[in-house]
Design a protein around this ligand. Structure first.
Ligand SMILES: [Zn+2]
Length: 103
């Protein structure tokens, strides 16, 4: 999948595009959303429409390597586990992790 939205372990929206992670930078006057690469030293960004379904602009000049599929999957699982743990404090962490990994 080239473009998708996930939730980071810090419970922030995270847009993954071509294995690069981006976080919300700002919402534009037009309603589009500007996303910046998570690496502070990198000036790449993408813009999407307000519903985050379509890219409207791409500045793709990353100064670093993309994430691997494994690390992105891990990020996704971490985010989901943390969310579940916050929602239901009676669930044991090991159970949450097992449930998430079996999806
Ligand atoms: Zn970058």
């Amino acid at each position: 999948m080239e473009l998708y939205i996930t939730i980071s372990s810090k419970q922030k929206l995270c847009l993954v595009f071509r294995y690069f992670k981006n976080h919300v930078s700002r919402t534009l006057v037009s309603g589009d959303i500007s996303w910046r690469c998570v690496k502070k030293t990198c000036s790449s960004y993408v813009k999407t429409n307000s519903s985050k379904t379509k890219l409207t602009e791409i500045k793709d000049s990353h100064t670093h390597d993309p994430e691997t599929e494994e690390s992105l999957n891990l990020l996704d699982v971490q985010g989901r586990c943390k969310r579940k743990a916050c929602e239901d404090l009676t669930l044991r962490p090991s159970k949450i992790i097992r449930t998430e990994l079996s999806i």
